[in-house]
Design a protein around this ligand. Sequence first.
Ligand code: EPZ
Length: 421
Amino acid sequence: MEYLKITGETKLDGVVEISGAKNAALPLIASTILAKNEISICNMPDVVDINTLLKLIAKLGGSYEKCDDCIKINTSKLDKTTATYDIVKTMRASILVLGPILSRFGHCEVSLPGGCAIGQRPVDLHLKALEAMGAEIIINHGYIEASAPNGLKGAKIVFDKVTVGGTENTVMAAALADGITTIINAAKEPEVVQLCEVIKNAGVLIEGIGTSTLIIHGTNRKLLDFKDFHVIPDRIEAGTYMCAAAISNSKLKIDKVIPQHLEAIIAKLEEMNFEVIQDKTSVTIMPTDEIKPVNIVTTEYPGFPTDMQAQFMALATQANGTSTIDERLFENRFMHVSELLRLGADIHLNGNIATINGTQNELNGTDVMATDLRASSALVLSALVAHGDTSIHRIYHLDRGYEDLEGKLSKIGAKVARYKE
Ligand code: EPZ
């Protein structure tokens, strides 16, 4: 395994370029299962999760070819319908192949993804939606076995909870269904919006894109004619670098973003007394003379994103006063707290509410352990401002969702290097 060593008390400077969004690219790669033609997808992030899903597409009989930040994908020869445990256990978003495979082939077997560090992460809402569309689903030896031999039928689906993956799976299943599917209480994340737009451009009439009610007019198993496209920028990677600038009190330009996707993050940084200058495709964070405390409640888009919760907790350790974070989406998304405490932070947990007392305890570098993707990015941010060196172990978590992290950080002035244990 590898670890990152970061020397603290460093200022950042210059421009960081944001990559394509992992959480947009994953469902978009899965959606190519619905295509009759080869597609070129550009601005694709080079991160482990993307490579894992591409391997799954290849295992199913599809093919892909990388060229710079573009990937040509062809699923016309796809002839297998089983997503095995060995792949799904390493990347739970593999569940996103369930809807498209079932809709195209009439049956699909996907290993249950199981939980992860941040929570149990059930997929019951995905399965309930597919059953409403006529699928027969049984759980057999840890596998979801879904069948709809005569194809899926359009249906009215009301999600009890807003689910990003559940909405994406259902949209992809509905695209080839016979008839109209209405999804009520759909997720509105930018990644869901891009998936709908790409499928619409491929020939499926979809109404209500960007709203919580989606109406999908299925093609009755006629494969789609995809147009080439670029993945939208990663708003969570962008938010993470915004927090890197804030925590080190540096001026930093974050380029190749869509500022509108960052509104909730910008609002919280402004509440903490940072000035954020917006341009058409960039945001610039300015240093402040006092970091003010903040109160955060995580919620679905366009509210404050749960994927930025850990990063803001690290930032709140530097605020002049007491901040609170209420994590409402996942039941166990405070794994970073114990590691932040080891760095000297003053944080108290009461259920899903964290109270962070800033400034009293300066952070001091030490060895810490990454537990999940966003928790590990919070440790990187803390290491930038801690006294001395911090070694972050198990950084395979980071590699899942941040492209060339140490390269991008070094380019803007951080002292960071990767070592083998
Ligand atoms: C997506 O996960 C993201 N992953 C997550 O980002 C993100 O945190 C999450 O959405 C919320 O925004 C990808 O897009 C690949 P959900 P997803 O279904 O789709 C419950 C990262 O760091 N739920 O919207 O799995 C669930 O337990 C990752 O990049 C059910 O109860 O999230 C959670 O409490 C982490 N039953 C809530 O809904 C279901 O069938 C939201 O989950 C599905 C979900």
